[in-house]
Design a protein around this ligand. Structure first.
Ligand code: FES
Length: 100
């Protein structure tokens, strides 16, 4: 099952605002997760920072811990952000800011 676009956008928006877990996502949005299958899909999106380059939140957070304190440095360290560029304006700055 694929997440519908509306839910996907809500997840990415909440992620850009710092949501990293389903509980945080639920606090920040009105999202309704229908079943376990959908929960797994939501978790996958939450764990991913850059869809185009398949870079995880964990990998970006590790790069930030290792000193990448700008989007450019994160891109250099992980390869994230060199596709559509959407993550450069949302998820990546949020990980830098929150250090997670
Ligand atoms: S999602 Fe990162 S470049 Fe497209």
């Amino acid at each position: 099952m694929k997440l519908d676009m509306e839910k996907y956008k809500k997840i990415r928006q909440a992620q850009a605002n710092g949501a990293r877990t389903i509980d945080e996502l639920k606090e920040m949005t009105d999202i309704v997760i229908e079943n376990d299958e959908e929960r797994k899909e939501v978790e996958k999106v939450l764990q991913n920072a850059c869809k185009c380059k398949n870079v995880s939140v964990e990998e970006v957070a590790q790069a930030v811990k290792n000193g990448a304190d700008t989007v450019e440095k994160v891109m250099e360290a992980t390869g994230a952000g060199s596709g559509c560029g959407r993550c450069k304006a949302g998820v990546i700055p949020s990980i830098i800011e929150n250090k997670k």
